[in-house]
Each structure stands twice: as structure tokens, then as C-alpha cells.
Design a protein around this ligand. Structure first.
Ligand code: PHE
Length: 344
């Protein structure tokens, strides 16, 4: 009995010492487990009551309860105190955080190749007097197909494998050409726009294909627009992008329902004069499609084809970049691999 009383005093004083020495939340947690835990020192005193007489129980029961409750209270007070201290410390170090400080050897970010190329193309077209236009990536079938003279059930729809959405009549745009229609419906000729953005095709991924890539669209509508103006423009922006004054372009007949005549555009290989592995020893590389805007497309854009004509072109920005920087796998360009991307 005397024993129990001594035990209570011992536990109480060693708890107080431990509490006093708990100078961090971790240390405090250790103290809590040691004394207040389910198998802690205080809990272990409880079974001792069992062997006491009724009178003794009446005396020691409350004593033990007081010990338990006051210890818990002391523990919570100390916890609040430490939490506040820690909070103040964090606040203090936040206050001294200098966002402008120079950290030697820190890794600098850089613009992604897509951002760099987009800015470059936009600069080139703005310098030519073009406006930059934009359109949504989730597009209606009407703008992506019908208005561009690609009617339903026309085999040309299969030329571009489409992601159809659950939303009715909505697709992920398969090309940037719908921006042509959107522009004609909102701007009066004469007009000249360029538009860069992402397009999507339902295709298996390999070294040269991905389900997403980027295109560059151009559209000019005015009176008496000619193919020579189109080819001159293409030669100019490709020459600037590849930084080659003597870059040449050639046109071959091609089929795109929204242009007539339609052209496939090749450019002279910027890396050789006699043929190399990059141009498969042909000296020419295929870079995009173009043509004079089909009269029906002008009509869909609310423009009178008897009064106006236009040219349009569409180039693969992804392809242009891969070509310029000799990236052989599209998956590298589309990865988040900073070791790869930081080279550019
Ligand atoms: N939209 C066509 C494509 O993605 C490219 C193109 C644009 C061709 C404009 C002609 C004129 O294949």
C-alpha cells in the first residue's frame, strides 16, 4: 500500500522530468507513449488497485485518476506550446526566404522546343503582316470536315484517323485547317492569318507518329491570289526557320478536298546538296500541303469566290522541328525527359 503511494509519486515525478526535457514534438511523443500510452507507466499502475481493500481502493482510485488526468493535461499544454514554437520558427524562416537569391549551380529551366519554334514562326508571320489566329482543340465535325469540303461518307474522311468524342458531333481536331473557317467567318478579306497548335490523330505511336502533334496553318484571302505568292511565302518562312537563304521549295500535285489545285510541298534538304541520309538521298523532303482555297470553302466562310481567292498551307511543326534538330524519335520530343530537352 505504502508501496503504491511511492510508485505513484515516482511515476509522477519522472513524468514531469521527462515532460520538461521533451523539447521537440518527436521527443514529446516518446514521453506520451512511455507514460500515457496504452501500455505506459500510468496504465501499468491501474491493475495494482485490484489487490487493495475496499477502503484503499477508495483512497487510491481517485489518486490514480488525478495522476492520469493531470498528466494528460500537462501533456496537451506542452504539445500546444511546442506546436506554436514550431509554427513561429517556420514563419520566421519564411520571412527570411529571398526569392531573388542566387543559388550557385542551380539548374536553369529552358523553353521547350515547341515553344521556341512557335514563337519563331509567329515572329516570322507577324513580320509579314499576318495576324495570329487560334481555334479550339475540341472541334465540331462541321468545322473539322464539312465546312472544309469533306462531306460525311466521303473517303477523304478516312485520310485522317479521327478521335470521335462522346459529345455529339465533336472531335479532337485532326488538323489546324478548321481555323481557316473560323477566321473567314469573323474577319473580312483581305486577311492573312497563321495559326499554330496541337492536332490529334487516332494512330499507333512509333518513332515518327504520335496521337498528338503540332501543325502550322496559313491562310490568305484577297483579290487575285496566286500560286506564286503561295510558294514565295512558303519559301520565305521555311528559309527563315532553317536559317538558309537559298532554301528552295517545289510543288507536286496533291489532293486535299479544301484546296484546288492541291499541292504537296517539298523543300530542298537544308543539310546537303548531293543527297544525304536525312533526305534519303533525294535532296528533297516532304514538308506540308497547300493550295488555292476551294471556292466551296470560301463560301462556307461567307466569302464570295467570284470576288476573292485565297491560298492556304498546312505544315507539320513537329516534323519541321524533328528535321531541323535531327530528332529521330518523336517520343523523345514528347517526353518529359529534361536531360534530353535541355540540349536545345
Ligand atoms: N490540313 C491538311 C492536313 O492536315 C494540310 C493542308 C492545309 C493542306 C492547308 C492544304 C492546305 O493534312
Amino acid at each position: 500500500m505504502k508501496q503504491l503511494k511511492l510508485e505513484i509519486e515516482r511515476v509522477q515525478s519522472s513524468f514531469q522530468t521527462a515532460l520538461m526535457q521533451s523539447n521537440s514534438l518527436e521527443a514529446l511523443e516518446m514521453t506520451r507513449v512511455t507514460f500515457l500510452g496504452r501500455k505506459g507507466e500510468i496504465a501499468q499502475l491501474m491493475p495494482l488497485l485490484k489487490d487493495l481493500s475496499q477502503d484503499e481502493k477508495r483512497e487510491f482510485g481517485p489518486l490514480l485518476n488525478v495522476l492520469k488526468e493531470s498528466s494528460e493535461r500537462a501533456y496537451f499544454d506542452k504539445q500546444t506550446l511546442l506546436q506554436n514554437l514550431e509554427y513561429e520558427k517556420a514563419e520566421e524562416s519564411d520571412k527570411n526566404f529571398d526569392v531573388t537569391a542566387y543559388k550557385p549551380g542551380s539548374v536553369k529551366g529552358s523553353l521547350h522546343l515547341y515553344t521556341q519554334a512557335t514563337q519563331r514562326f509567329e515572329d516570322i508571320f507577324i513580320s509579314l503582316g499576318y495576324t495570329i489566329a487560334d481555334g479550339p482543340e475540341v472541334e465540331t465535325e462541321f468545322y473539322n470536315f464539312e465546312a472544309l469540303n469533306i462531306p460525311e461518307n466521303h473517303p477523304a474522311r478516312d485520310m485522317q484517323d479521327t478521335f470521335f468524342l462522346k459529345l455529339p458531333y465533336m472531335v479532337l481536331r485532326t488538323h489546324t485547317s478548321p481555323v481557316q473557317i473560323r477566321t473567314m467567318l469573323t474577319q473580312k478579306p483581305p486577311l492573312a492569318i497563321a495559326s499554330l497548335g496541337r492536332v490529334f490523330r487516332y494512330e499507333a505511336t512509333d518513332a515518327s507518329h504520335d496521337f498528338m502533334f503540332r501543325q502550322l496553318e496559313g491562310l490568305v484571302v484577297d483579290k487575285n491570289i496566286s500560286i506564286s505568292q503561295l510558294l514565295g511565302t512558303i519559301r520565305l518562312f521555311l528559309g527563315q526557320f532553317f536559317e538558309k537563304d537559298d532554301l528552295q521549295v517545289r510543288a507536286r500535285p496533291g489532293y486535299f478536298p479544301f484546296v484546288e489545285p492541291g499541292l504537296e510541298i517539298d523543300m530542298s534538304c537544308p543539310f546537303c546538296t548531293k543527297g544525304c541520309s536525312t533526305c534519303s538521298h533525294t535532296r528533297w523532303v516532304e514538308m506540308g500541303g497547300a493550295g488555292l482555297v476551294h471556292p466551296r470553302v470560301l463560301e462556307h466562310g461567307g466569302i464570295d469566290p467570284k470576288e476573292y481567292s485565297g491560298f492556304a498551307f498546312g505544315f507539320g511543326v513537329t516534323r519541321l522541328i524533328m528535321f531541323k534538330y535531327r530528332i529521330h524519335d518523336i517520343r523523345l520530343l514528347h517526353s518529359a525527359d529534361s536531360e534530353f530537352l535541355k540540349q536545345f
